[in-house]
Design a protein around this ligand. Structure first.
Ligand code: SAM
Length: 312
C-alpha cells in the first residue's frame, strides 16, 4: 500500500485534514505537514528575507494563518510594531500562543482563534494594516481557500498596504503517466469490474511527488494561471500549449512560484522543498500530437478540461 503520510492537501475539503496519519492520531487536529513545512529552510528564508526587504519597523501587520507562530514571530523580530494574526485550528492557536509567550512576544502579537473571514466581518482589527501576510498555499494553490482569503484581504487592505505574496504564478505541462493516473483511477482485476469507485475519483487535483512516478512530459512548461490576493478573480482561466511529443495525455502537472516581494516560495521540483507538485487529471485522457496546439480551462477548483485542439 502506498500511503503518503505527509500530504499538504485534502482534495475535497482543502488541506485541513492532511493525511491518513492525522485520522489515526486523533489527538492532533492539524496535519503532519506542519512539521516538514517548518523545517523547510528555503521557505523560511524566503519569508524572512521578504519581511526584511519590506522594511516592517514600526508597522502594523495582519497575518492570515498563524500555524505554530513562526512567521508572526519573524515579523516581531524584524521590528513590526504590532502583529495581528488569526488561526482557524484551535489546537494550533494554542501552540502558537504558547510559543509567542515563551519567546516573550505576547505584547507585540495578538492572536485570534478565528478565520480571516470572521476577523474581517467581525471587525477584530480596527486599523488598516501596513502589511498583510499569508502563506496558505497548497500544492495546487487554491485548495486552502485562496479565493475566500483573497476576498478577505481585498476587504481589509488599504491602497498602501503591502500584500505578501503580491502574486502567485502557476506553471504546468502536459503529462503522460499511467502511474500517476493510477493514484486516482482503479483498474479492474481478474475480470472483476471495479469501476464504481471511479465515480469518486478526484476531479480537481491531487498531490504527487513527481520523481516517485514513471512519467513523460508531452509539452514544455508554460504559465497556466496567475493569482493575485489584491485583485480577486473568480473566472475560469484558460491557457494554450503545444505538444512536443505524441502520446496519451493524462493531465497537467503544475507547480507555483509565490512572490513575497522579490523572494519566491515554490513547489517547483527543482527547489526540493517540502511540497508535493499538483496533478490535474483529465476526466478522459486523449491522444496529443507533436506540433498541435491545445487549449485548456483551469477551473477555480483547479479542475482541468480541454477547450480546443488544432493543428499548428
Ligand atoms: C501553511 S500554514 C502557515 C503557517 C505560518 N504562517 C507559517 O508560514 O509558518 C497555514 C495556516 O493557515 C491556517 N488557515 C488557513 N486558512 C485560514 C483562514 N482563512 N483564516 C485563518 N487561518 C487559516 C491553517 O490552519 C494553517 O495552520
Amino acid at each position: 500500500m502506498n500511503v503518503d503520510l505527509g500530504l499538504r492537501y485534502d482534495q475535497n475539503t482543502s488541506r485541513r485534514v492532511g493525511s491518513l496519519n492525522d485520522g489515526l492520531l486523533a489527538k492532533r487536529s492539524f496535519p503532519t505537514w506542519h512539521f516538514a513545512m517548518m523545517n523547510d529552510v528555503s521557505r523560511t528564508q524566503a519569508i524572512e528575507h521578504s519581511i526584511r526587504d519590506a522594511g516592517v519597523t514600526g508597522k502594523t501587520v495582519f497575518e492570515i494563518g498563524t500555524g505554530a507562530g513562526l512567521t508572526a514571530m519573524l515579523f516581531a523580530r524584524q521590528g513590526a510594531r504590532h502583529i495581528y494574526t488569526c488561526e482557524v485550528d484551535r489546537q494550533l492557536y494554542d501552540v502558537a500562543r504558547e510559543a509567542i509567550r515563551m519567546n516573550g512576544l505576547e505584547k507585540r502579537i495578538t492572536i485570534f482563534p478565528a478565520s480571516s473571514t470572521e476577523i474581517v466581518e467581525g471587525g477584530g482589527i480596527d486599523v488598516v494594516p501596513d502589511v498583510v501576510f499569508t502563506e496558505t498555499l497548497d500544492c495546487g494553490v487554491v485548495g486552502e481557500g485562496f479565493f475566500s482569503i483573497a476576498s478577505d484581504i481585498h476587504r481589509i487592505a488599504g491602497p498602501d498596504t503591502i500584500i505578501l505574496p503580491s502574486l502567485v504564478v502557476q506553471y504546468g505541462y502536459l503529462v503522460n503517466s499511467d502511474d500517476i493516473r493510477g493514484l486516482n483511477v482503479a483498474h479492474n482485476h481478474s475480470d472483476l469490474d471495479l469501476s464504481p469507485i471511479n465515480g469518486h475519483s478526484t476531479s480537481s487535483y491531487y498531490p504527487v511527488r513527481l520523481p516517485a512516478h514513471a512519467s513523460r512530459s508531452l509539452s514544455s512548461p508554460c504559465q497556466v494561471r496567475k493569482y493575485s490576493y489584491g485583485e480577486p478573480q473568480n473566472a475560469t482561466a484558460t491557457f494554450r500549449t503545444a505538444a512536443y511529443r505524441d502520446g496519451m495525455c493524462h493531465g497537467l502537472l503544475s507547480y507555483f512560484h509565490a512572490f513575497y516581494g522579490n523572494h519566491v516560495i515554490s513547489n517547483d521540483i527543482r527547489d526540493g522543498g517540502h511540497w508535493h507538485q499538483a496533478f490535474h487529471p483529465l476526466a478522459t485522457p486523449f491522444l496529443v500530437k507533436a506540433g498541435h496546439v491545445y487549449g485548456f480551462n483551469l477551473g477555480d477548483d483547479g479542475s482541468l478540461s480541454v477547450a480546443e485542439t488544432k493543428e499548428s
